[in-house]
Design a binder for this molecule. Sequence first.
Ligand code: EPZ
Length: 417
Amino acid sequence: MYKFIIRGGQPLSGDVFISGAKNAVLPIMAATLITPGHFILRNVPDLRDTRTMLKLLEIIGAKVNFSDGKMEIDSTTCSNPVAPYEVVKTMRASFDVLGPLSSRFRYAKVSLPGGCAWGPRPVDLHLKALKALGTEVTLEGGYIIVKGAASGAEINFELSSVGATKNALMAAVKAEGQTIIQNAAREPEITALIDFLNALGADISGQDSTRLCINGVKELKNELDFTIIPDRIEAGTFLITNLLLGGEIRLHNVNPEHLAIVLTKLQEAGSRLEITADSILSQGGPSIAPVNITTAPYPGFPTDLQAQWMALMSRAVGDSIIIDEIYHDRFTHVAELNRLGARIKLEQNVAVVEGVARLTGAPVMSTDIRASASLIIAGLAAAGETEVSRIYHIDRGYEKIETKLKNIGADISRVRG
Ligand code: EPZ
């Protein structure tokens, strides 16, 4: 086990090169299972989660190679349409292979994902979509079994779900006839998946909207070279960190359009930003204004930046309210932030953050990817030393985070412990 030792108070300065988006590459890796082919993915972040998905593709029978951000997947050798519990329990996104496997093999056996650090994460919408497409869906021994060929249908999601939209899309690309998905998620990672599938020969329209139309095709191409979009959550995490610590950093390899609401909120809170097509110059300080947020499906404020925003608001010159409408229980970071001197009160999914003049270092514990980021941010702002334990969580979703932070002046080191 490793932990981070952080000594707070250093202002940041320098350049940060943002990695490819974890939540875009994971479904695209799953999509390579839909058809036998040779795929090259570029700008792939080296994360625990991308390594876990690679392991799953190998279990299914693909041949894979991954180094220096370039991933090669040969899915011509796939023959085992099963995603075992041992893998799925370590990463929920493994469930993304359900649609691709049922499309390719007309049979899929995928373990139900468990809950996660902050509570149950149902998949009922994924299953409703697959049933609407005419497949037989059963639950046997903790595994979802999908049988039969999909045929075009109208799918109406009662709520916006990134995962269910992905599985419905991937199950429908080769289904007989036309599929309409109403109330589809429209996160940039969904648009990236659609771009990948269309480049492969699928016929999907409506991207960036909540209504998708998929005309089933008989065949897809058997090779593709595709570059992964930048990670908007990593970019938002660094911008929040810079406002909290004060200083000047420039983010490279970003797409500011994917962060519109976050940039607006950062400016309201005191960030000065210079934005180009693929970079953002951020100047922080001298103080942080309290700014309320409520999370919502894209283009709303992302739930994946809620914990990081809370760390920022803990040092605002006033009180703020943070509401998570996506995950009502995604607040395991509150108790840990309060150990660092924050004053946060939680009532169900509403956190009231009373800004304090200073945070003080202490040992704290990570519980999930974004809570870990929140604790690192707060530790960088706290006086004295902060120890963040169980940092395997952060390694799931941030590539070389301590190296990137050290390169801009942060005092952080990874030690055994
Ligand atoms: C994706 O998870 C992301 N993960 C999450 O990021 C992100 O927080 C989430 O979308 C919301 O933006 C990946 O892309 C790998 P959902 P997903 O289905 O697809 C409810 C991170 O830190 N729901 O959009 O699982 C669900 O409980 C991770 O990178 C159902 O009720 O999220 C939630 O309240 C954490 N039934 C809401 O919908 C379902 O069948 C949104 O979930 C599916 C979802």
